[in-house]
Design a protein around this ligand. Structure first.
Ligand SMILES: [Zn+2]
Length: 361
């Protein structure tokens, strides 16, 4: 362990330079060309790790990069993503800067720092261990995490199924760098109400006001929030109607929900899918469901104990925490693979260094 630590400590400046470069290559989730530019930087970085096999998994919307260090036994999977929530051009008003030992820049904290840590973890293992002494380690870098991982999910799950453990290099929690031992499950619904349009002056009584009906449902939905259970239901967007002198025929609400357990997700899904009209003359149509299943604490317990032991061996204590935001670790835990999250950078999220407060997932 100490050989790895020594090897890494000697390369601290090199790691900071790599992070600076990584942040300078902007890579918003929705910009295919930018994501390809980032992959073009990452692939040779992976190839520089002695013994590593690097593969770019093509996708016109944004590639994945898989860097595998051979070893013996079942692999350990490291998950990172290189897409960010920051649009191209953010660097102009938020340039990379290094101040008091902290690096600031769009996407530095979430999670290019974690990706650089992953690269150097592989390099350190390659330098300090022989293949027979270590498990194979796969660093899978995706480019669609911030938009829900629709394109990468199947591959992430496939890699996880082969692996003995998944370590997610998302940011750690708080200034003390706690690991994430739980994450809420995240889902969404669209609730559409149909009524009957009518002229607000000549024929008001014949109309069925979809906005009014939706309003009743919104109050019901908000009441499903239960902080004690860790359940939140947020009606975040509403739209409806055409003009003020028309009784609106249609109104729509978009809903985000978060839960601690799969059971609670199922309960909520039943309730929301079962929404029925409050009054005559309306139809209610519900679409959606759970996107990321919860990362339940029981799936992280064993790995967290190992992490504590390893930290003590290096002379520090590591704490556990959790968050309402999901990550790709939610997918791997849900299919039964031990998963530990928050192994990436430590940041304070107060301003510049952190995209964490602006995360979308
Ligand atoms: Zn992230």
């Amino acid at each position: 362990m100490s050989a790895v630590l020594e090897w890494l400590t000697a390369r601290q400046e090199e790691m900071v330079d790599a992070l600076r470069r990584a942040v300078e290559i902007e890579s918003p989730s929705d910009h295919a060309a930018a994501l390809h530019r980032f992959a073009d930087w990452l692939v040779p970085r992976g190839r520089a790790v002695p013994g590593a096999e690097v593969e770019q998994l093509p996708d016109p919307a944004g590639p994945m990069v898989r860097i595998a260090l051979p070893g013996s036994g079942r692999p350990v999977l490291l998950l990172a993503h290189f897409d960010t929530v920051w649009p191209l051009g953010t660097l102009e008003r938020m340039p990379v800067r290094l101040e008091d030992g902290r690096l600031y820049g769009p996407g530095a904290f979430d999670m290019k720092a974690g990706l650089v840590q992953g690269l150097y973890a592989l390099a350190a293992l390659a330098a300090c261990t022989r293949p027979a002494e270590r498990p194979p380690v796969v660093l899978l870098c995706t480019s669609d995490e911030e938009t829900g991982s629709d394109r990468s999910r199947a591959r992430i799950e496939e890699e996880a199924r082969r692996s003995r453990a998944v370590l997610v290099l998302e940011p750690a929690m708080g200034p003390e760098g706690a690991l994430k031992t739980w994450r809420k499950g995240v889902g969404g619904f669209t609730v559409e109400v149909r009524g009957r349009a009518a002229h607000a002056g000549g024929d008001h009584a014949a109309g069925r006001n979809a906005i009014v009906e939706l309003a009743r449902h919104i109050l019901d939905l908000e009441r499903l929030t239960d902080y004690e259970r860790g359940t939140t239901v947020n009606v975040g967007v509403v739209s409806g109607g055409t003009r003020s002198n028309v009784v609106p025929e249609r109104a729509v609400a978009e809903i985000d929900f978060r839960v601690m357990t799969v059971d609670e997700a199922e309960r909520l899904e039943r309730v929301i899918r079962g929404l029925a009209p409050h009054a005559e003359g309306f139809q209610v149509h519900v679409e959606g469901g759970l996107n990321r299943p919860p990362l339940e604490e029981r799936m992280t317990r064993e790995l967290f104990a190992l992490a504590q032991e390893a930290a003590r061996g290096l002379g520090f204590e590591v704490a556990a925490g959790g968050t309402g935001g999901g990550s790709d670790g939610n997918f791997t835990a849900a299919i039964g693979v031990p998963t530990l999250d928050g192994l990436g950078a430590v940041g304070d999220g107060a301003h510049g260094p952190s995209a964490a407060t602006e995360r979308s997932t």
